[in-house]
Write a protein that binds this ligand. Structure first.
Ligand code: ADP
Ligand code: MG
Length: 140
């Protein structure tokens, strides 16, 4: 077992519905510690860079527009196997396929407006954290 860090984002559909606290309850109940958190509005260039891996996908433009449409809460989560642990509590990308008890099952509106982001590997987590936080903003 390894202590890892992962990047979480509470997306605009969730901040608009005042769900930050409710989502944080599920994060903390899963044993993950929120070691950095801030509410921001992404610039278009930052959103484009963050989702660069999806550039060729048909939903890329809509995704960038959605993620810059309102405030988001970016977070660093820390814990045992944090990357997978958070993916598990997030649930499937499409809320129709998400398991009971997951954040997306409880709160997501649809496959795009799905309330949360979580890094998919330790390597990507490090890159995504560096894009959103200065080292001194993370207090473990
Ligand atoms: P995840 O967020 O579960 O890691 P992906 O990395 O595949 O999912 O996709 C990134 C984000 O792009 C998703 O969380 C969702 O907001 C959006 N997205 C993914 N697939 C689709 C789709 N088929 N149509 C619209 N938006 C999508
Ligand atoms: Mg992903």
């Amino acid at each position: 077992m390894a202590i890892e860090r992962t990047l979480s984002i509470i997306k605009p559909d969730a901040t608009a519905r005042n769900l930050t606290g409710a989502i944080n309850v599920l994060i903390e109940r899963a044993g993950l510690r929120i070691v950095a958190q801030k509410r921001v509005r992404w610039s278009k260039p930052l959103a484009e860079k963050f989702y660069e891996v999806h550039k060729a996908r048909p939903f890329y433009g809509d995704l960038v527009a959605f993620m810059t449409s309102g405030p988001i809460v970016v977070q660093v989560l820390e814990g045992e196997n944090a990357v997978k642990a958070y993916r598990d509590v997030m649930g499937a990308t499409d809320p129709a396929k998400a398991a009971a008890g997951t954040i997306r099952k409880a709160f997501a509106e649809n496959i795009e407006r799905n309330s949360v982001h979580g890094s998919d590997s330790v390597e990507n987590a490090a890159t995504e954290i560096a894009l959103n936080f200065r080292p001194d903003e993370i207090v473990g």
